[in-house]
Design a protein around this ligand. Structure first.
Ligand code: GSH
Length: 216
């Protein structure tokens, strides 16, 4: 087996890459990393000193690839399958990368900020930062709702990397800022993403870990 994915089943950015792997039934060895365990954290940091997952190792090429979007681009290039996640057309690819960035930067990261703050001690909370993050997510969700009125997937009618980015962003955003009642198009899009075989599998595998998600 050429590929090892270092990840955690609860981690939203890892969901993004798992979707890509499952879209194409790409074989890989899963390595669940417990960041609370110093040895496991040190092993991850050896591959990627930033210490965040996902990290993909390609043993055949002796490469270690980090950052979810870069990993998906790598998979699309070296392990292409039935689902081409990066469009071949340059303009469609650029639009897709823009949407991937949009979900990561304006929904995924603010959502992480809100969740991360829940894990802080009472005297270390960042109320202003959380309000800023919520405001950012509110604007971005409004844009998604408008954009998804006439599309099946983020880039049109074909499932791409932008949808891999959208799925965990929207899934967890809905946990911290429920939008189903207020944003019907974004909500319907999230339903389609959750019903997609690849993401349904990711969510099923994450089920035993959801009890660890901080509620408040
Ligand atoms: N920009 C990175 C973000 C990765 C990221 O934030 N991963 C989180 C989990 S969702 C993580 O490793 N957090 C652990 C930590 O920061 O200690 C990507 O796209 O892969």
């Amino acid at each position: 087996m050429s590929l090892t994915l270092h990840f955690h089943p609860l981690s939203s950015f890892c969901h993004k890459v798992l979707i890509a792997l499952y879209e194409n039934d790409t074989p890989f060895r899963p390595n669940i990393v417990n960041l609370q365990d110093e040895t496991e954290r040190a092993a991850l940091c050896k591959l990627w000193p930033i210490g965040k997952f996902p990290v993909l190792e390609d043993h055949a090429r002796d490469w270690s690839v980090s950052e979810s979007s870069i990993i998906i681009e790598y998979l699309d290039q070296h392990f292409p399958g039935k689902s081409r996640l990066v469009p071949q057309d340059a303009d469609l690819a650029r639009q897709m990368r823009f949407r991937d960035r949009f979900f990561d930067l304006y929904i995924h990261l603010p959502m992480q900020k809100v969740v991360g703050d829940r894990l802080r001690q009472a005297d270390q909370k960042d109320r202003y930062g959380v309000e800023e993050a919520r405001a950012q997510m509110r604007v971005a969700l409004g844009m998604v709702d408008q954009a998804m009125a006439e599309k099946t997937w983020a880039n049109g009618e074909t499932f791409t990397m932008a949808d891999c980015a959208a799925a965990p962003s929207l899934f967890y955003a809905d946990k911290v800022m429920p939008f189903v009642a207020t944003h019907p198009n974004a909500a319907a899009y999230l339903q389609r993403l959750m019903q997609r075989t690849s993401y349904a599998r990711v969510l099923k595998e994450a089920e035993p870990y959801f009890r660890l998600f901080p509620k408040e």
